[in-house]
Design a binder for this molecule. Structure first.
Ligand SMILES: Nc1ncnc2c1ncn2[C@@H]1O[C@H](COP(=O)(O)OP(=O)(O)OP(=O)(O)O)[C@@H](O)[C@H]1O
Ligand SMILES: [Mg+2]
Length: 459
């Protein structure tokens, strides 16, 4: 693990030998002979960990700690106290020290304290990174949409949020799977605990496993220290495994295990670790097809398919386009300091006609571009990209649209035929099954050219 360590001791020999030892262990080390020098160095250079003796004349270890607490909140301070100075140690922790070690120093003890402190640093950095990611898109937005398919999804979320049930979200790219996963977490009592997202497709196999389960020092070349995995970091919260179809066979086995008994081992260790995580999984591939192709374990599929949520593509919920487009217009306008408050009817019509292969994400991008381009305070047709404005010539036939009556004929004929077959071509029975009267059935059989006279279709 890298990170700048500052070693502070007023005794030059102690200071030198401790620094030397840590340097030989592969850490990057600077040293200060006394508290005053330490504070000066801390002002000029960022350190991750300060390892300081408490008992120093003039500026003590406590003063160094106080300076750190006031000026470098992300720095971890480890204090070295004299043998039997337990009160001092307790006081140190109260004042915000990360840890303390007592003299005489034992190599392993020093290293352990440093590694733990660096581990905390890594956590802090990851949290910062996560916060940055969240901040990018003004946090996660609200799930919008009134289409009945979305209503069903809201109902499922409400029912399962507060359980620990594994949720499997499927749908094309950009349909809102990640947003739904986050909404489940937000609506659960775990909302104040971590929500950790891992995309199984984003990392090579071995890295992904160490990312998820962590590793112990020496597990592989470059594993200089223990590292907690995402399953450990998500303890008490939710882990969101995106693109699950990309999980390798070996990872699939490990996931099966964790789903079964919520335990796992760090890479390079035999100790089982228990974790209390809610698991949410997403896939934009059809997992049944992946099973048939031999890429995905059927037993894992049954384990994860506890609460399935299928998110329909945007083209199947056209009635939501307007609501989403308006929402994105207001958000993007605010983000870009513009004053755009609507979309012209003509532009909205084009948006509703588009088939949105990139789903809600594509709509969001189109609106963002339009907001940036728009000169007036509404989005007009000229602000939309050609692929959206060019598709107006589509005739009903080209778009596969038939008059409703005509379109229903095919399915109706099929339903009638199915009933007649099931009834052994007995019209009375078939009419009962279809819950229509005999004469209606008779008329329809005529219309669809079933053989009425013999009561049987000649096929
Ligand atoms: N119903 C919705 N209401 C509001 N915003 C939505 C909705 N669905 C999706 N979005 C927004 O659209 C964008 C894409 O959604 P999201 O990232 O959740 O899709 P995804 O299905 O996870 O995509 P991918 O498969 O590429 O990971 C996000 O910015 C998200 O906030
Ligand atoms: Mg996603």
């Amino acid at each position: 693990m890298t990170g700048q360590i500052l070693v502070v001791d007023d005794d030059p020999i102690e200071c030198k030998s401790l620094s030397e030892f840590l340097r030989l262990e592969g850490y990057s080390v600077d040293s200060a002979e006394g508290g005053a020098q330490a504070i000066e160095k801390m002002q000029n250079k960022p350190f991750q960990v300060v390892l300081t003796d408490v008992n120093m004349p003039d500026v003590t270890g406590f003063d160094v700690l106080k300076h750190a607490a006031e000026n470098c909140p992300d720095l971890s301070v480890v204090l070295i106290t004299g043998y039997g100075q337990i009160e001092a140690a307790v006081e140190a922790i109260k004042l915000g020290a990360f840890d303390y070690i007592t003299k005489p120093l034992i190599d392993e003890g020093v290293k352990l304290a440093i590694d733990r402190a660096l581990g905390r640093q890594q956590l802090l950095r990851e949290n910062l990174e996560l916060r940055k990611q969240l901040g990018l898109r003004n946090q996660y937005s609200m799930l919008l949409g009134r289409d009945h398919s979305m209503q069903k999804i809201y109902d499922i979320i409400d029912v399962v949020a507060n359980t620990k049930a594994t949720v499997l979200i499927t749908g094309e790219s950009g349909t809102g799977k990640s947003l739904i996963a986050h909404t489940v977490h937000q609506k659960s009592t775990r909302r104040d605990q971590p929500f950790i997202e891992v995309s199984c497709g984003a990392l090579p196999e071995t890295l992904l496993e160490s990312e998820l389960f962590g590793h112990v020092r020496g597990a592989f070349t470059g594993a200089h220290a223990d590292k907690p995995g995402k399953f450990e970091l998500a303890d008490g919260g939710t882990i969101f495994l995106d693109e699950i179809s990309a999980a390798s066979p070996s990872l699939q086995v490990k996931l099966l295990r964790i789903l079964q008994d919520r335990t796992f081992e760090k890479i390079g260790s035999n100790d089982s670790i228990a974790t209390d995580v809610r698991i949410i999984i997403a896939s934009n591939k059809d997992l049944n097809q992946e099973i048939e192709a031999g890429n995905f374990r059927a037993d894992l599929y049954y384990r994860i398919n506890v609460v399935p949520i299928e998110v329909p593509p945007l083209r199947e919920r056209v009635c939501d386009v307007a609501k989403l487009a308006e929402h994105f217009t207001i958000m993007c306008s605010r983000e870009n300091n513009k004053n755009i408050n609507g979309i012209t009817d003509e532009a909205m019509r084009r948006l509703q006609q588009h088939n949105w292969p990139g789903n809600v994400r594509e709509l969001e991008n189109v609106i963002e571009r339009a907001v940036i381009l728009a000169k007036a305070n509404t989005i007009g047709i000229d602000d939309l990209p050609p692929r959206i404005t060019d598709n107006t010539a589509t005739s009903p036939q080209e778009a596969g649209v038939l008059p409703l009556k005509q379109a229903l004929e095919g399915p109706e004929r099929e339903i009638i035929e199915r009933a007649l077959r099931a009834a052994g071509w007995n019209r009375q029975k078939a009419a009962e099954m279809l819950q229509v009267n005999r004469s209606t059935l008779f008329k329809k059989m005529r219309k669809y050219e079933f053989s009425v006279s013999r009561g049987m279709e000649t096929d």
